[in-house]
Ligand binder design. Structure first.
Ligand SMILES: [Zn+2]
Length: 141
């Protein structure tokens, strides 16, 4: 199998409302999304697919939805006053952890129109220099 990996960067704020520690506080990160796709065969250019055809729509989505946004749990009491201020907010039905972001971005990758031989493999979200969360649609047994 061949793999390609693209990286996208963005800035965001979030907090984990049920976390007993410091992640409960509103804080920001320089996030990095790492998207992996695979194929058993290459196209006529010798590519899994053109990096640009993958990067452009995902960068657009991240820029519009997550970059410089508050990523929020739908139950966060801060939502109402921040919405009243007209701030950029992306709402999750659960805690906006790096794991949840990884799965959400993976859903965006699978929603793209990809060449038929290309399979989305995983999304990694780098939240800090020392902490990454990884999602792939495979059950650990
Ligand atoms: Zn955080």
């Amino acid at each position: 199998m061949y793999k390609i990996i693209i990286k996208l960067e963005y800035e965001y704020a979030h907090r984990l409302i049920y976390h007993p520690g410091k992640c409960r506080n509103l804080h920001g990160h320089h996030g990095k999304a790492i998207v992996e796709l695979g194929a058993n065969t290459l196209n006529e250019n010798g590519f899994v697919m053109d990096f640009g055809d993958l990067k452009s729509p995902l960068k657009k989505w991240i820029d519009e939805q997550w970059d410089h946004a508050f990523l929020a749990n739908e139950n966060d009491p801060l939502l109402t006053p921040l919405q009243a201020e007209g701030l950029k907010i992306f709402i999750f039905s659960q805690e906006p952890s790096a794991e949840v972001m990884a799965k959400r971005l993976f859903e965006e990758v699978t929603a793209l129109v990809l060449p038929t031989n290309v399979i989305p493999l995983s999304v990694t979200i780098r939240e800090t220099c020392t902490g990454l969360a990884y999602y792939e649609p495979r059950v650990i047994e």
